[in-house]
Design a protein around this ligand. Structure first.
Ligand code: EPU
Length: 336
């Protein structure tokens, strides 16, 4: 059933816990309902949200916030090696992983307990511990906001890269995702090369998708705040990528600075390390602070406004720029 509300509080719909209202808030349970909403005219601007785990609201939202309640996972093809699973965009991301692990379909375990929903995984290309959602996405079904028409995006059309996709570039705000189809493995190929993951897993016993999921849950919870307890949106910034020349200069000055090769021959730096080295870890200004065990995460200790959080983040950007000459780019989506 379609639910439409006016002047609706978004407090429970953004993990930063910002108290703003949407002029219109609409939840739909099927593609047909979504098409009906679009064809009956929709108050603009339109913002589609999942769990609101990567959003920072500055003000009340003057248009319509759309939220998918399309659930369910259906096997649409299967072979001896893999399975194609078509999943409703409103499904909770970690519930999906719990289900795939239970079914013995391998691939998504490294992305366990990332807050959010299936639709957003296909926009944001969520990633952790050496795996990205886009590695497993086969197809994305969406409805165009301009005319309610259906469109399928192939994996190649989605153009996945680090925390990026076509839905954050050319097609930004043009489509509402309704289903995401994942290709999962029946024959496991685990990714264990991130930090000391391999050793942590070996210490626990025989490797299975369920065991890997348990280890990831432990590693992640030790470093990142639980958004149901402390408001945050995970990593506030992306890990910056710099030229080899710039990276070499920085390495001379800061021999301990972590640097990783990228596919295009540049170097990726650790935003957490840069912020940490500028002395921000655990710092608090008013209601806002840098998380104690992962400085890439900005937290709302209660009652902070979007502006307070954004201003605080700008201070971090300025100090990293001054010390290292590196510009941090936000990962969180600021909604004006
Ligand atoms: N580090 C510090 N001080 C700290 C913590 C970390 O200097 O207090 C440095 C260390 O050098 C450490 C490095 O940061 O080796 C990497 O830390 P971590 O493993 O936590 O990874 P990250 O690069 O900081 C990324 C993702 C996270 C994801 C982790 C694990 C981005 C922007 N963030 O963080 O994603 O969980 O890897 O794979 O790429 C998110 O996107 O919201 C998110 C949490």
């Amino acid at each position: 059933m379609l639910d439409r509300y006016s002047l609706y509080s978004l407090l429970g719909h953004n993990t930063f816990g910002i108290d703003v209202k949407a002029a219109q808030f609409v939840e739909f349970d099927s593609e047909e309902e979504l098409i009906n909403i679009i064809s009956s005219g929709i108050q603009k601007p339109v913002l589609t949200i999942g769990a609101g785990s990567n959003l920072l609201f500055m003000n009340d939202f003057k248009g319509t916030v759309l939220h998918s309640r399309i659930y369910g996972a259906e096997v649409i093809a299967e072979s001896g090696n893999d399975v194609l699973l078509r999943v409703g965009s409103g499904m909770n991301w970690d519930n999906l992983i719990a289900y795939t692990v239970e079914m013995g379909w391998q691939g998504l375990e490294n992305l366990s307990i990332i807050p959010g929903e299936v639709g957003a995984s296909a926009v944001q290309n969520v990633g952790a511990y050496g795996v990205e959602a886009g590695d497993f996405i086969e197809r994305v079904d969406a409805i165009a906001l301009c005319d309610g028409s259906k469109r399928c995006f192939s994996k190649d059309e989605c153009r996945y890269s680090y925390r990026n996709s076509i839905f954050k570039m050319e097609e930004k705000d043009k489509y509402v995702i309704t289903y995401v189809t994942y290709r999962l493995r029946k024959k496991p190929e685990y990714v264990l090369d991130y930090a000391n993951l391999r050793d942590l897993v070996a210490a626990k016993g025989a490797l299975t998708p369920a065991l890997l999921r348990e280890v990831i849950k432990e590693v992640r919870s030790a470093k990142l705040p639980d958004v149901s307890v402390l408001g945050s949106a995970g990593s506030f910034f992306m890990n910056p990528v710099v030229s080899r020349e710039h990276a070499a200069e920085l390495a001379m000055q800061y021999p301990q600075m972590p640097q990783y090769d990228t596919a295009d021959g540049r170097k990726k730096l650790s935003a957490a390390w840069l912020i940490d080295t500028c002395g921000w870890k655990g710092k608090k200004v008013g209601n806002v602070g840098v998380y104690k065990s992962q400085p890439l995460v900005i937290v709302n200790y209660g009652g902070a406004t979007g502006k307070e959080i954004l201003d605080f983040s700008m201070q971090i950007v300025a100090s990293v720029k001054e010390k290292f000459g590196v510009t941090l780019v936000r990962e969180v989506n600021v909604i004006e």
